[in-house]
Design a protein around this ligand. Structure first.
Ligand SMILES: [Zn+2]
Ligand SMILES: [Zn+2]
Ligand SMILES: [Zn+2]
Length: 139
């Protein structure tokens, strides 16, 4: 079975053409993909609303996670196996690296985010750690 099909099944996502195609884009790259990038790649075949809904479904099922960055656009990267649809909770507790030359964002899976102490009265929901610099391909 093709890898994208196998993944859709594992995450209990219905197998549709757009889902297979978006998933293939993620499987083909080792960096995060922006909403705009995905849109440009697939706009000839699918409308924006469908693309948007598909990414949202992927995010909700624990297949991709959203990355906070300083760009205008939202970026997503594939989750590792420990994010799962069951509890709708992501466990992507890693830093992200943004290359200032190629503008790509990478997941730094081996760099965990420390447990910060948040002042009383504040409720933290999510931590994001973004490292800016030059990636290994551009160095
Ligand atoms: Zn995740
Ligand atoms: Zn780079
Ligand atoms: Zn990530």
């Amino acid at each position: 079975m093709e890898k994208n099909l196998e993944i859709l099944q594992r995450y209990k996502l219905r197998n549709t053409e757009i889902r297979r195609e978006i998933l293939s884009l993620f499987l083909d790259t080792d960096y995060a993909l922006s909403h705009q990038y995905i849109e440009k790649k697939l706009e000839a075949k699918f409308d924006r609303v469908t693309l948007y809904r598909t990414l949202k479904a992927f995010e909700e099922s624990g297949l991709v996670h959203r990355i906070a960055n300083d760009k205008e656009t939202i970026e997503y990267a594939l989750c590792k196996d420990d994010c799962h649809a069951e509890n709708h909770k992501h466990s992507d507790n890693h830093a992200h690296f943004r290359c200032e030359i190629c503008q790509k964002t990478y997941c730094l899976d081996s760099v965990g985010i420390p447990d910060f102490h948040i002042p009383m009265g504040f409720k933290a929901k999510e931590f994001q750690l973004l490292v800016n610099g030059i990636c290994e391909k551009c160095a």
